[in-house]
Each structure stands twice: as structure tokens, then as C-alpha cells.
Design a protein around this ligand. Structure first.
Ligand code: FES
Ligand code: FE
Length: 341
């Protein structure tokens, strides 16, 4: 990321994540768009960790992620226009090249803009058909999703699902099988069979793993056939989790849930699915949309919205062992953003 007068101004305002307090999030990859949303010439306004960003792609450039602020008079560059491989600010027409450097001031044709007349830029990586951005220096690769390139699996994206909730609460919900009978009644759970057997929980340098959660489901795959299913979960990053669901006849469904922390109480879920059985993409998306809409009512009603990490703020039962391990791990990572302090 380039330092510039614009970057100093953003931090001087005191808003947004503080990188020194939350390096784990600052140096992680976060999903901001689908690759298909950014054809050459496109400009998108997005928000990550309270930072307004602009994504754009020139005629011959990769996708670029910048602060959404013209350093001249601070208007949004996402209102600008792509001209060949430059982005032109809508206010006074200043032209920025792909490095974020101002290269032209139309009011002064022979003026050479100073080096500090530049927009802070961020690293971008496209994977799984998604656009990942890192605000700092990436501490690791984008999370693995081995089924994505496995020819035995069909893959598709569900979402984006925006939600007025804390993204950590959204991940915790993703790990929570005890809500199935009551939130996803007659689909992922049966109120007449709500009991959850004990399951294994481990934490290591890769994150948190929940293993062998066995659940009775009236319609586990959206096909109308009831069965016991088994879930394995992995929390790979604070805002990224993965599950594998084992069903009848060797059917396996896997999901990589990438949650974008837009701000502390607002997030977007991008769910990559891979299944080793036949299902129409549109049917699978409709099924997942039903599930998500059922979750939203709970997710948007948390009070407090921020996630408490002390063990006394909320009441816990034995099947919450997974969520407690997740909270403990977040505490070990020293997370403050999105946390009830
Ligand atoms: Fe962007 Fe003046 S504010 S060109
Ligand atoms: Fe749910």
C-alpha cells in the first residue's frame, strides 16, 4: 500500500479499523466482489472494515482496489470514469494511472503532479471467481478450497448475502447446528428431534475444527429425503469458515463461507458450494436463499451486536463448545474489531 496525503487524512479522521490493533484482519484477504462484476471499464464502490474503497478495471489492467477518495478535494472516485487504463475523477477531471498516481490536471495541461498526488492502493487477488482484497501485507495465501478444482464436484456461488449483523456472529451462526430445528424447521432440523450428541472440538495453528456433529434432517439436500447427516467444520480465519456435510449414499456438500466485515455491525456472506452429486444450480441457490433469509431474522436481532469474548456475558450450554472454542481463539488472536470490549 502506498502512503500518501490521502491515507494520512483517513487515519487522522480516526474512523475505521486501526491496523496496529487488528493486524490479523488488516493483513487478511477479504472478498469484495465477483470477478464477473468487474469487466474492463467497470467501477464499483465497496466498503471493507469501515474503509470506503473503489474497485475498477482498465481496458488492459487487472482489477484494482483503491481508497474511494480523490486526494484533490476528497470526492468519491467510484463516481469516476475509466478511460483506457486510467480512472478519471468526476469533479475536476484529474487523471490517475493504474498505480494510483495523478498524471494529468486538465486545468493546467503542462503541470506535472507531485509524487504525493496519489491514491492509496491495495493488493487484489482473484480466486474462485471472487475478488479478494488485503488492506495490509497478506499474512498468508487465500484460504484453500480443495473441492473447487476437483472434477468430481460441481461448484457454484450462493450470495452475496448482505446482513445488518456483526460478521463474527455470522460465522458463529454458520457453526451452530443447534438452531437448525427451530430456525430451519422441517428443512435442516426437526423440533421433535432437537438433541445434539457431543462432538469433537480442536484448536491449532490452522484455526478451530468441529468434528462429527450428527443431526437428523427432514430435507438435508433440498430433495425431500430425511436422513441423519454429519457435519465437520473448520474456522480458517476470523471471518472465513468451511464445512463438509456427509449425507446418504456418499453425497458430500462442502461450503466455504467468506464473510466480509463491511463494518462492525454489517457484513456480506459469499458462500462457495461444491457438491459431488447432481443438483441444478438454480435449485441449490433457491434452497440456500431460503436458509439465509431464515437466519437473517436472528442475526439482525442480536443485542449486543458485537461479540462478547468473556465467558460470563452470555449463557452457554454443552453444544456451544464449538462457539466457545471460536471465541477463545479470537481472544488468542487478540481481535478487537467487532468484539464487545
Ligand atoms: Fe477529484 Fe478535484 S476532487 S479532481
Ligand atoms: Fe442457519
Amino acid at each position: 500500500m502506498k502512503e500518501s496525503i490521502a491515507q494520512k487524512a483517513v487515519f487522522a479522521n480516526g474512523c475505521g479499523i486501526q491496523p496496529e490493533k487488528d493486524p490479523v484482519l488488516w493483513n487478511d484477504w477479504h472478498v469484495l466482489a465477483r470477478s464477473q462484476d468487474l469487466a474492463p471499464g467497470c467501477v464499483l464502490s465497496v466498503r471493507l472494515l469501515d474503509q470506503d474503497l473503489v474497485l475498477w478495471r482498465g481496458q488492459d489492467t487487472q482489477i484494482l482496489a483503491w481508497d474511494d477518495r480523490c486526494p484533490h478535494r476528497s470526492v468519491r472516485l467510484s463516481r469516476g470514469t475509466v478511460v483506457e487504463n486510467t480512472l478519471v475523477c468526476p469533479y475536476h477531471g484529474l487523471v490517475y494511472d493504474h498505480t494510483g498516481q495523478c498524471i494529468k490536471v486538465p486545468a493546467h495541461p503542462s503541470y506535472v503532479p507531485p509524487k504525493h498526488a496519489c491514491v492509496p492502493t491495495y493488493q487484489v487477488c482473484e480466486q474462485y471467481g471472487l475478488v479478494f482484497v488485503c488492506l495490509g501485507h497478506p499474512a498468508s495465501e487465500i484460504v484453500p478450497f480443495p473441492e473447487w478444482d476437483d472434477p468430481d464436484y460441481r461448484t457454484f456461488l450462493c450470495g452475496p448475502y448482505p446482513c445488518h449483523t456483526n460478521g463474527l456472529r455470522a460465522i458463529e451462526n454458520f457453526l451452530d447446528a443447534a438452531h437448525f430445528p427451530f430456525t430451519h424447521t422441517h428443512i435442516l432440523g426437526d423440533p421433535a428431534q432437537p438433541a445434539l450428541a457431543d462432538y469433537e472440538v480442536t484448536t491449532d495453528k490452522e484455526g478451530v475444527q468441529l468434528h462429527n456433529l450428527r443431526v437428523w434432517q427432514p430435507d438435508p439436500a433440498g430433495t425431500g429425503q430425511a436422513a441423519y447427516v454429519t457435519y465437520d467444520y473448520q474456522v480458517l480465519r476470523p471471518f472465513t469458515a468451511y464445512l463438509r456435510k456427509f449425507m446418504l449414499d456418499g453425497q458430500i456438500l462442502t461450503i466455504l463461507d467468506c464473510v466480509t466485515p463491511v463494518q462492525e455491525t454489517e457484513c456480506i456472506s459469499w458462500m462457495l458450494f461444491a457438491v459431488n452429486y447432481e443438483i441444478e444450480d438454480d435449485d441449490a441457490r433457491a434452497f440456500q436463499e431460503t436458509i439465509f433469509l431464515q437466519d437473517v431474522a436472528n442475526l439482525e436481532s442480536h443485542n449486543p451486536q458485537l461479540l462478547p469474548l468473556d465467558t460470563h456475558s452470555e449463557f452457554h450450554v454443552p453444544c456451544d463448545r464449538g462457539s466457545l472454542a471460536y471465541r477463545k481463539w479470537l481472544k488468542q488472536l487478540g481481535l478487537t474489531y467487532g468484539i464487545l470490549l
